[in-house]
Ligand binder design. Structure first.
Ligand code: F6R
Length: 341
């Protein structure tokens, strides 16, 4: 039908997914305390790692310990018994994550596994580590609720974060409002996700985020355009991009004319960065195809971040539709996994 692979259905169900993820994580017993933990690491790849980045930014404003994201076969040398390590793989079969899990076990890290099952689920159960088991059947990139919310709930349970119950409620309430504006039945004139897809269609999307607020969302939009629309996209973050990328809008003029820039903004952006954005727009606007700004909406930081990821998720599916492409299969990822087997 109109939703091959069920991508739109999975998107629609995001609020319910977040609520279910919270319930699943609340039922998990953890037998250590905050004083034992010096750092938190999320190890994973792709759709299973982006939740780690969202956790890193969320916890950055609230937690007394750092959250580090690891996208590799190996772990940094500092990982030890004072590390709380979330090994996250939706399928449970990603080889980099299985390798990192084995290392974490050797190093004596406090491991919690987040998966639908697979080899990772089996190994963790055999090794006696807590397994947060989430429902399968959707793409990892459509499972951001399942892959982020449990890490927040567990950190709060341990006392590494304040209780997030109210914030999750605020988030799911806001997502329920948003989806009524983003769904396919809403025509392009009223549908921001469709408008953005139209802007990006036959152009090269460049997404700018802001450190500490929208940086992960920019990365997420880029990844969603790649995986859902099967198209290239690039992202960068302010203020850093003011120290390199901003110089690169002079040549070649015909290529620059293909760039469609979207700047993701949040009310908590640093005031100096807000000023930088205004100046940066004037620098690039005549060289590129277009510059658009999208502001987050909602109360809590979680709701504001997800307001932008949700808009980008829908945008990427509409962009796939414009290209006449099924958003769900990721043939090249499967091909690589198969070639490496
Ligand atoms: C996202 C996607 C990939 C996977 C990645 C890791 O939808 O298909 O980015 O998330 O290949 O696989 P998992 O998440 O199963 O560990």
């Amino acid at each position: 039908g109109n939703d091959p692979g069920g991508m739109l259905k999975a998107l629609w169900n995001l609020p319910e997914q977040c609520e279910e993820a919270e319930r699943i994580a609340q039922a998990i017993d953890v037998n250590f305390t905050a004083t034992e933990i010096k750092n938190v690491m999320v190890t994973g790849l792709g759709g299973s790692a982006i939740g780690g980045d969202l956790l890193r930014v969320y916890a950055g404003g609230k937690a007394a310990v750092p959250v580090i994201v690891n996208r590799d076969y190996t772990l940094p040398a500092f990982v030890d018994a004072s590390t709380l390590l979330f090994a996250v793989s939706y399928s449970g079969n990603t080889e980099e994550t299985l390798s990192a899990y084995a290392q974490a076990k050797e190093k004596g890290a406090k491991i919690i596994v987040l998966t639908t099952g697979g080899k990772l689920g089996q190994m963790a159960e055999a090794d006696g580590y807590p397994v947060i088991k989430v429902p399968g059947g959707i793409s990892p990139r459509a499972a951001t609720g399942y892959l982020l919310i449990p890490t927040i709930v567990i950190m709060a349970k341990i006392g590494l974060l304040p209780d997030a119950g109210d914030e999750i409620k605020d988030l799911t309430g806001h997502l329920r409002v948003l989806r009524e504006h983003l769904k396919p039945a809403v025509p392009v004139e009223q549908n921001l996700a469709k408008q953005l897809a139209t802007r990006f269609y036959n152009r090269l999307p460049v997404i700018w985020g802001v450190s500490g607020t929208t940086e992960v969302v920019a990365q997420r939009w880029k990844g969603q355009i790649n995986e859902n629309a099967k198209a290239p996209a690039y992202w960068a973050v302010l203020p850093e991009l003011n120290h390199n990328e901003i110089v690169g809008f002079e040549k070649p003029e015909n290529v620059l004319k293909q760039l469609e820039v979207v700047i993701l903004r949040d009310r908590a952006d640093h005031p100096r960065v807000q000023k930088r954005i205004e100046i940066s727009k004037t620098i690039i606007k005549d060289a590129v195809s277009g510059v658009t700004e999208v502001y987050s909406s909602g109360n809590s930081s979680l709701a504001r971040t997800f307001s932008l990821t949700y808009t980008g998720d829908y945008m990427s599916v509409y962009l796939a539709t414009l290209y006449g492409i099924d958003p769900t299969p990721v043939k090249m990822i499967d091909f690589l996994k198969q070639k490496l087997a």
